[in-house]
Design a protein. Structure first.
Length: 194
């Protein structure tokens, strides 16, 4: 069993194919800093993450302190989670992202459902976009084999409450989603890209 770092403060720029490069802010925070942060934002409780590896064997890891779901515009999601994130529109970008327990404002709440197919390493992310315009974003993934944040493709999510389904053939411990932006009204780009 592996223990994940207490918290990864994510303030990185997407610039290399993989892994994503990070600033000093990507270093683990102290448990006191995490507790203080979790007094002001919604955090997930400490817990266990289980996945089936590519060789069919189970893998599990724990995080022993609470972890923010949203921090610095980044959304993290673990297998088996459904995460609700409220956001505001500012021009072409979604800003003031905030994790919430329930969809009290469905017109501005993104939904992220991350799961693994039973008995298989295959993973699926379902993203629901309540905004009228098509949503694009970037993503990184953390694999069971290492703690590096690696780039992965993302697909646009058509607006108006529609869903997009993304899948990967391999086990993923965590997805980190960021740089949420809305495409112009006429754009319905359907290309999945880094």
């Amino acid at each position: 069993m592996r223990v994940l770092p207490i918290l990864q403060v994510l303030a990185v720029a997407l610039c290399a194919p993989a892994p994503l490069t990070s600033s000093r802010a990507d270093q683990p925070a102290s448990s006191g800093e995490v507790r203080k942060l979790c007094e002001t934002v919604l955090c997930r409780k400490p817990g266990l993450v289980r996945v089936i590896l590519d060789n069919g064997k189970p893998f599990e890891t724990t995080f022993e302190s609470p972890l923010p779901i949203v921090q610095n515009g980044w959304v993290s999601v673990f297998p088996g989670e459904t995460v609700f994130v409220e956001a505001e529109v500012s021009g072409d970008h979604l800003v003031n992202l905030r994790a919430v327990k329930n969809k009290e404002h469905p017109e501005k709440t993104l939904t992220f459902e991350f799961s693994q197919e039973a008995g298989s390493p295959s993973m699926m992310l379902i993203v629901t976009n309540p905004f009228e315009r098509t949503l694009k974003y970037h993503a990184g993934m953390v694999l069971p084999a290492n703690d590096n944040l690696l780039k992965t493709t993302t697909c646009p999510v058509i607006g108006g409450g529609r869903m997009a389904f993304e899948s990967w053939p391999n086990a993923i411990l965590q997805l980190k989603l960021f740089d949420f932006r809305l495409l112009d009204g006429g754009a319905t780009q359907s290309v999945c890209e880094f």
